[in-house]
Design a protein around this ligand. Structure first.
Ligand code: HEM
Length: 462
């Protein structure tokens, strides 16, 4: 037997080894071409082959709609992982979260990503809605897509709300107790709705199963139906609204660029930045978890989740019939009707419609920042309508009367703007919208930071 070893061409061997690690050279050229075509076709199902250059500027949409999609994907993937350990029963739910945090590799990290993405989803959906509104993206021919967007916003809020109960800690249990007890004030259907959602009279095992099913099955299915529908309507309208020069003189034939790579590269940049931000937040800040739910001991103050605290604050000033039903339903109807008012075509594609529109917007925000805390303080320490109007049922003295007062303020403001600025319908609608929106944001801030024990007004940290 020869002791000689066969000749090995080392350089060739190393080359082949290197190639086995790098897939690309092993894939034949035509196969790579096919893959590229498949990817491109996928992108081009969502986007047209070319888009107006002006619409892909970051400051036009801020990429907020795309961020919504990224957050949904993050939530779906981390939610799926959480389902492997979570147990939707009052005896086990809290323990399964503790186990997830303590025993599983990256368990806490996955939970944190899910928590922060869910909260970011609310903020991003709201900001996206504002971007659409302030650039006139809700107006003809995009009215129906605005309605689809409102449905998506409801799904985002309801997904957060149903997910809130699942850890079964004190915060979750009592927030959902407050929120579901508010439902009873809805005329006619209130008690029925409350019982359906709770799966009985009290928050218990049936409630947890109901919330878990809505959170992990029904709502994700609704997203999967409504999101592509929403995107398709954007495409059908010829893409997002086209930015116009100040004064409304838009271009008829805007310069167009290829979607691949110009738009796709920007979308990737936004997606990666967002994912990095969520990951960083999830590394350094843990999702909250209090002690296990104790139905016998309510925390003081017992607050709703932050995104509903504006409504909880309304409860401090209006009879629940108005705070829980009349005001939210009227707001919902107004939001649905917003794109259907006859505005003409002025200002579509221009942020805040015009220079005058911008000035009115700033003034409206400032007016609401002064009016709302003022009204809250007056109502807390001075006004006592129930005492001042004895003999009237509380629905009237504490509900209808302050509501009519509020309507008078908003109507007065509307006519003041009309006279002072001789503005268009679109500008006035925008200004009143900003006034109401800022008021609601101020109420939410008061609810989050300025309400303490017994829901009394306090100075934060004081
Ligand atoms: C899950 C939440 C949502 C997702 C994922 C989403 C996604 C998107 C995307 C990707 C676009 C096109 C690009 C962009 O504007 O950034 C878009 C446009 C639009 N969205 Fe949404 N959206 C959501 C919620 C909403 C909400 C809450 C509203 C309003 C109530 C809304 C109304 C619209 C309208 C009217 C357009 C067309 C705007 C235009 O042409 O300029 N969307 N959305």
């Amino acid at each position: 037997m020869s002791s000689e070893r066969p000749d090995i061409d080392h350089s060739n061997f190393l080359k082949r080894l290197w190639r086995s690690f790098t897939i690309a050279p092993l894939v034949p050229e035509d196969d790579r071409e096919r893959k590229r075509t498949v990817l491109n076709t996928l992108v081009l199902h969502l986007h047209p082959p070319t888009v107006p250059m002006a619409t892909i500027r970051y400051t036009h949409t801020w990429g907020l709609g795309g961020m919504g999609l990224v957050l949904f994907l993050l939530l779906a993937s981390t939610g799926l992982l959480l389902m492997f350990t979570y147990e939707p029963a009052p005896g086990q739910a809290y323990g399964s979260i503790l186990k997830l945090k303590g025993h599983f590799l990256f368990g806490k990290f996955v939970r944190n990503i899910h928590h922060w993405s869910a909260n970011a989803f609310i903020v991003v959906a709201l900001l996206h809605m504002l971007r659409v509104f302030f650039t006139g993206g809700h107006r003809e021919p995009r009215q129906f897509n605005w309605i689809l967007g409102l449905c998506l916003l409801l799904f985002v809020l309801f997904s957060n709300f149903t997910g809130y109960l699942l850890p079964w800690d004190q915060m979750a249990y009592w927030a959902i107790t407050i929120m579901t007890s508010m439902l009873a004030y809805i005329p006619l259907a209130g008690n029925w709705l409350q019982e359906i959602l709770r799966g009985g009279g009290e928050i218990g095992p049936a409630t947890l199963v109901n919330f878990y099913t809505l959170h992990t099955t029904l709502l994700p299915i609704l997203f999967v139906i409504f999101m592509p529908w929403h995107f398709w309507r954007v495409r059908k309208a010829g893409g997002v609204v086209l930015p116009k020069a100040e004064g409304g003189a838009g271009e008829d034939n805007p310069e167009r660029v290829h979607t691949i790579p110009y738009l796709v590269v920007k979308e990737f940049a936004v997606a990666l930045t967002l994912i990095a931000a969520i990951f960083l937040l999830s590394i350094f800040v843990n999702a909250p978890l209090q002690e296990m739910a104790n139905p016998g001991m309510s925390p003081n103050p017992a607050k709703a989740p932050w995104y509903f605290l504006g409504f909880q604050e309304l409860l401090m000033h209006f009879h629940p019939l108005f705070a829980v039903f009349v005001i939210p339903v009227l707001t919902g109807i107004l939001m649905i009707l917003l794109p259907y008012f006859r505005y003409g075509s002025d200002g579509i594609g221009t942020w805040f419609i015009s220079k005058r529109g911008r000035r009115m917007a700033v003034i409206s925000a400032a007016a609401a920042m002064i009016f709302t805390p003022g009204a809250v303080i007056l109502d807390e320490y001075l006004i006592d309508l129930q005492k001042w109007l004895p003999g009237l049922p509380p629905e009237i003295s504490n509900g209808l009367v302050p509501f009519v007062m509020l309507l008078a303020v908003v109507t007065g403001y509307y006519f003041y703007l009309k006279r002072k600025y001789e503005s268009t319908k679109a500008e006035i609608t925008q200004a009143v919208f900003i006034f109401l929106l800022t008021s609601f944001i101020v109420l939410t801030i008061i609810g989050v930071w300025f309400r303490g024990e017994g829901m009394k007004l306090v100075w934060p940290g004081g």
